[in-house]
Write a protein that binds this ligand. Sequence first.
Ligand SMILES: Nc1nc2c(c(=O)[nH]1)N[C@H]1C(S)=C(S)[C@@H](COP(=O)(O)OP(=O)(O)OC[C@H]3O[C@@H](n4cnc5c(=O)[nH]c(N)nc54)[C@H](O)[C@@H]3O)O[C@H]1N2
Ligand SMILES: Nc1nc2c(c(=O)[nH]1)N[C@H]1C(S)=C(S)[C@@H](COP(=O)(O)OP(=O)(O)OC[C@H]3O[C@@H](n4cnc5c(=O)[nH]c(N)nc54)[C@H](O)[C@@H]3O)O[C@H]1N2
Ligand code: SF4
Ligand SMILES: [Mo]
Length: 734
Amino acid sequence: MTEHSSICRVCLNGCAIRVEIEDGKAVKVSGDKENPVYQGFVCVKGREQVRLLSDPRRLQHSMKRGRDGELHPIPVNDAIGEIAEKLGRIRDRHGLRAIAGYLGTALTNSPATAPLYTAFMTGLGTPMNFWSATIDKPSKKIGPMLHGRWGAPPVGFDDPEVIMLLGSNPLVTFTGFPYGNPGKWLNERLSAGTKLIVIDPRRSDVAKRAHLHIQAKPGYDAQIAAAIINVLFAEDLYDRAFAEANTEGLETLRGAVAEFTPQVVAAMAGIPAGEIVEAARLLSSTKRGYINAGTGPNMSGLGTLIEYMLVNIHTLCGYWLRAGDRVRHPGVLSHPATFVAEVIEPMPAYGFGEKLRVRDLANTASGMPTGGLADEILMPGEGQVRALISCGGNPAGAWPEQGHTIEAMKALELLVQIDPWMSATSKLADYVIAPKMWLEVPSTTQFLDWLSRTGMGYGQVDPYGQYAPALVAPPEGSDLIEDWQFFYRLAKAMDLPLNVMTLIQPNPVTEPLPMESEPTTDELMEWLTRDARIPLSEVKKHPRGAIFPGDPLYVQPPSGKSAHRLKLAVPEMMGDLAGLGPSAGTKTSERPFRLLCRRMMHVYNSSFVDALPAKVRPYNPAFLNPDDMAALDIGEGEVVELESDFGKITVIAHADDSLRPGTVSSSFGFGALPEEKRNAQSGANTTSLLSVSVGYDRYSGQPMMSNVPVSVLPLGVSRRPGASLAGNAATSAV
Ligand SMILES: Nc1nc2c(c(=O)[nH]1)N[C@H]1C(S)=C(S)[C@@H](COP(=O)(O)OP(=O)(O)OC[C@H]3O[C@@H](n4cnc5c(=O)[nH]c(N)nc54)[C@H](O)[C@@H]3O)O[C@H]1N2
Ligand SMILES: Nc1nc2c(c(=O)[nH]1)N[C@H]1C(S)=C(S)[C@@H](COP(=O)(O)OP(=O)(O)OC[C@H]3O[C@@H](n4cnc5c(=O)[nH]c(N)nc54)[C@H](O)[C@@H]3O)O[C@H]1N2
Ligand code: SF4
Ligand SMILES: [Mo]
């Protein structure tokens, strides 16, 4: 038995792990206690990866759909040759727009996947390049781009003294706190005196640790943000000097939030007004703070307005680094950057570049709106998408409105799915390309560097880096390639150039990759990190990972030449806000419950839901407040139906007293394909309750995937006269 260091890639947290290897097979994963950032942290998914690597259900060969309609093994290079030919024919017949690509969350396995995917799509010349960020939190970029750009980083994770989280639960999801050991980091922050505010209809794991948990009804985050700004103005708590020097629209914003008093908003959101006032006072008590909104608010239909209002609070509280401040995370495996304390050139937020043919959507700062892709496939006419290359994502399992997505997948002339598992999308594909997984491929922390630079709520505290070599061989007799190799070989077969962009912001560098002979992954990773602040060779000297402080980097003083200003009151945002005011009237739904999104520690989206550990529930419960269950006469573990305006699913109900009454909380990714007719014991696909075309965010196309009106229908209710379908109406969310 030997023990080696590696990086866990099951999720974005990138834990430093120790891997025990016996007879060439990984047998045990544990956290690396000597690692300065992770300090031994590892979760159940990280530990389970050794079982998953040799799970018999994992694909060992690529597959092709035969004339008999079934999938059969095919040598991977033959598959690539055939796919190249088919794509070439579709391009010649229908044009480049007929070919779309989709990159999902499993891009985290290797820092080479995203650059090679992007280079392939660009080399091919199609604008139909999508990724999962636009069915996740696309407004995290759109909101700040509307607001304008400060030339230095936010205070972020650098010793914040106040943190406000809206609908995110970092202790389970590793988003909203720095990548590392989130529990330890929170303990450290709390003992240093940091104040934590959490806004969530659920007393989530992180809300339990908060100084102030505002357990509002879902869907009121924009109004709550407006009320916080109202208090900042009313009590004169904002950073006046910063705002006067660097912003415009202050008075317009003051006018726009005037009707959103704490009392008015508290009544809407079902919370005490004093909590809004307290939040505003805590937030403005320091200039060292950050605010992060997770999937809950971002999926509630108003993501862009919410993110815009939150970045307004951020600016009004002055949470930006100033001239002379040290930039704590200057990057490791990324290019050195310079930062300046002034407002810099704005970038487009939404509605630019390629237009979708549906819902007036177009490219955004977060990429093309994935919520419109199924329609682009189904809608006949010029530009119709006929081929989809999907890598590391699972459209048929994770895209909203499952039935619609499945119809789209079936309508494609060519569906290529790159996936180590027989996922819902693999089952519908013409070709399934089976890739190598986690410990079988080398990796680096370069993607974490990139995330550290892309915005608030992501990334790491300190400039941390690690390199991990491939540790184990893929299963014997298998025929697997790395994700990036698929795109390299396909480009070669189609005679396309690959101009590879390193994962570096804000000034990405693109250079052509040599196509004469295929590089090794290590050579490619050298290429991707060329000109990095810390050379990869230096990072490799620290196999257990290390912090690379390098020379300190400071924010430069303003050039004095910038004519740009941060915009506090762009007209479309102020218009949207006015539509939510008390004078605009409230929208109601007949349905008494609101479905909340939620993630569970032991699953990762739809990945490996069919291969979960034996000791955990193999399904996604519908969690309900016990009072609501009692009112509906639903027993613990009872099968019930959830019905929205768009679909109905059968789920198993479990009591959870951390939920605000009137809410149902359930994770997604379960339930496979409806035609498999599984029972509730294997989970239900909550995406069937969603719609891509009703209630979406009009800037990003982000579908409404939380705060969704639903009814909870006990099965056989007619036989139980005592049961009421109305829910606990007195307290339910409206
Ligand atoms: N109802 C509902 N729907 C949701 C959400 C929700 O909250 N509620 N959340 C949304 C969010 S936030 C997101 S990000 C999207 C996710 O949307 P997707 O990214 O499309 O979906 P995932 O379930 O993450 O799919 C990951 C796929 O990659 C495969 N995979 C695993 N490892 C590898 C690998 O190394 N290489 C390759 N090529 N493939 C691999 C897995 O088997 C799986 O099929 O779903 C969204 N859908
Ligand atoms: N263990 C694990 N980790 C994961 C994942 C996983 O599947 N498992 N998935 C990964 C992915 S793709 C993502 S995008 C991230 C997501 O990370 P998070 O955003 O932290 O995801 P959730 O746990 O779903 O937390 C969303 C919270 O929003 C609350 N909420 C719902 N609606 C509203 C609303 O309208 N307003 C407010 N204020 N709150 C609301 C819900 O009650 C819930 O507690 O997690 C990532 N990490
Ligand atoms: S949190 Fe768990 S799954 Fe994510 S990187 Fe760490 S060990 Fe892996
Ligand atoms: Mo996500």
